[in-house]
Design a binder for this molecule. Structure first.
Ligand code: FES
Ligand code: FES
Length: 135
């Protein structure tokens, strides 16, 4: 019994071939940036969304995660999920769904929480930018 085998292959896949790694220009008016940390371990995740102002849908998404494999897999999975979603839909994604999809063990639940916090924080940043722009 190896430790690796206790991880679901989807985690390994997202960890080895993370989707949408990178950054969007933070100062673009249609980009929202979420930067969050996990108090449990100090890992950090940055997740950015670009929103089409007419449709209100997320048209691009990038992340950078300085953390464990489960955090990287959770953020990679999150970026795939939210592309094309409205902000409301994206804001409703719960970490428990991610954990279930990736079969994360209980000690790795907080890693998926990082992805939920990051998307919420990106949405909040986008909305506050928009409200400043419309003043
Ligand atoms: Fe070390 Fe998360 S605690 S990578
Ligand atoms: Fe802390 Fe995964 S984010 S161990």
């Amino acid at each position: 019994f190896s430790l690796i085998r206790s991880y679901h292959e989807k985690v390994i896949d997202h960890y080895e071939r993370p989707r949408n790694v990178g950054a969007l220009p933070k100062t673009d008016p249609d980009v929202g940036t979420g930067l969050v940390g996990a108090p449990a371990c100090g890992d950090v995740m940055k997740l950015q969304i670009r929103v089409d102002e007419h449709s209100g849908k997320i048209v691009d998404v990038k992340f950078k995660t300085f953390g464990c494999g489960s955090a990287i897999a959770s953020s990679s999975y999150m970026t795939e999920r939210v592309r094309g979603m409205s902000l409301e839909e994206a804001g409703r994604i719960r970490n428990t769904e991610i954990a279930k999809e990736l079969c994360l063990p209980p000690v790795k639940l907080h890693c998926s929480m990082l992805a939920e916090d990051a998307i919420k924080s990106a949405i909040k940043d986008y909305k506050s930018k928009r409200s400043i722009a419309s003043l």
